[in-house]
Every structure is written in structure tokens, then in C-alpha cells.
Design a protein around this ligand. Sequence first.
Ligand SMILES: Nc1ncnc2c1ncn2[C@@H]1O[C@H](COP(=O)(O)OP(=O)(O)OP(=O)(O)O)[C@@H](O)[C@H]1O
Length: 251
Amino acid sequence: MSDKIKVESFNLFYGDNQALKDIGLNLEEKKVTALIGPSGCGKSTFLRSINRMNDMIPGVSTTGIIEIDGKNVYREEQDLVQLRKNVGMVFQQPNPFPLSIYDNITYGPRIHGITKREELDMIVERTLVQANLWDEVKDRLQSSALGLSGGQQQRLVIARVLAIQPDVILMDEPASALDPISTERLEDLITQLKNDYTIVIVTHNMQQAARVSDMTAFFLNGEIIEYSMTSQLFTSPKDSRTEDYISGRFG
Ligand SMILES: Nc1ncnc2c1ncn2[C@@H]1O[C@H](COP(=O)(O)OP(=O)(O)OP(=O)(O)O)[C@@H](O)[C@H]1O
């Protein structure tokens, strides 16, 4: 399996405050990588560094390299629209647009120049099927997305991300606002999606990390303390700080 994302000596500062310190790790293609660690340790900051979402925050500076498919996304000529098309993102709170289900999904493709009705219809059906939502919404595609349950909204947001055909999907605590049944459905979906996509997920829920991920990185104070196969990290961690965290002694 090849590496999709390579991170080398990556540092990020919010003004004078260094939030990421010398991050180095390689993420394999079509695997799920979980980022775990106590609050404020830099997980979301790292996730947002991969598609340069942090660029929008005033005062942020970075050094080091994040390569996707062998190209540094921090190089000067990187096209940010292209990067964010290639690297989709799902947030903690489901954030559908206040539009119909159909228009939520076709929003991105239309921006990227797809206008033919048949083509858009196909995208809507394909992505809703992929996101395990088609059967629940196929008879009300013109209804507002805001009328869906939280779990359905989160699957719709994932369908919306899939509609722009990314390679990488970043998820920032995607299940934290969902009930247990919706969470289980979302976890099943993540497991399905890794056949086609490289997924990085921030989660506070260690059972969730253990269930859905192949690899896990444990962050502490802006550093990666341990990065290994999930099965290994949760059963025989190498670092005592990882062990303390996963056994609930802090965080
Ligand atoms: N927009 C921002 N401006 C300034 N500092 C920030 C900003 N976002 C995060 N930080 C700081 O960077 C550090 C890492 O925060 P980050 O949100 O990445 O951690 P986290 O591990 O994702 O936390 P949580 O699990 O609580 O979401 C913290 O010290 C935080 O205060």
C-alpha cells in the first residue's frame, strides 16, 4: 500500500503560540487514520492543516511539508480550490446548506461546471447511495435538508463531499453530535468509504477510534507521541503517556 499523505517536520503557530511541533507521519492510501489525544493537543489544527483550512485564521504560520500524492500542499503555486476539492471535510455539527437535499449535493458539482440535469441526477443518486441515505430520502429530494435528523444530515454532508470527488476525507469529530444509532450508521459508512478514500478522523471516543481506524496517532501538547497500527496502540502502547491516556488516567 502506498503513502497518500506524507508529513515532515511540520510546525504550526497561532501568532507566538506553537500548536504543532515537528509533526512527522505518513498516511497510507485507502486507510482510516484516527487522531486522538486530550483537548487542546492539536488534533483539529493538524486536520485543518491537511487542506490548509488554517490559512483562513489570521496570524497562522507554518513550516515544514505536507505532501499529498508527492506534492507539497504548502508550495506557492498550490491552487487552494483544487486542494479543497481533492480533500473534503466533515465537521462536528452537521452543516447542510438551507437548501433542498438535491441542491445540497449539486452545489459543488455546479460550481465546478456541471449543469446537465441528467448528470446532476446521477451524481445525487450515486452519492446518496454511497452515503447510505438514498432509501430514506429518494422520495423527498426537493425537501429542505434542514428537515432531516442529525444523523441523516451528517450522511447528507458526506454525500455532498463525495459529489466533488475527493481522494481524501477529513472528519473532525463527525459523530459527537449524534445519538448512538446514528453513530453506528456513520461508523459503518466510514468503514465502507475506506474502500475508495483515504480518511483522517479526529475523535474523542477511543472505542470509536478502535472500531473504525487502521492506524492511530496519539497527540499530546502539539506533538505526536505515538503513531502505530490501531490494534497495537490500544493493546500494547509503546509510550507510557499513551498508556495513561488510553486507560483514562488523564484527558
Ligand atoms: N483559531 C485559533 N487561534 C488561536 N489559537 C488556537 C486556535 N485554534 C486552536 N488554537 C490553539 O491551538 C491549540 C490546539 O488546539 P486544537 O483545537 O487543534 O486542539 P484539539 O486537540 O483539536 O482540541 P479539542 O479536542 O478540544 O478540539 C490549543 O492551545 C488552542 O487553544
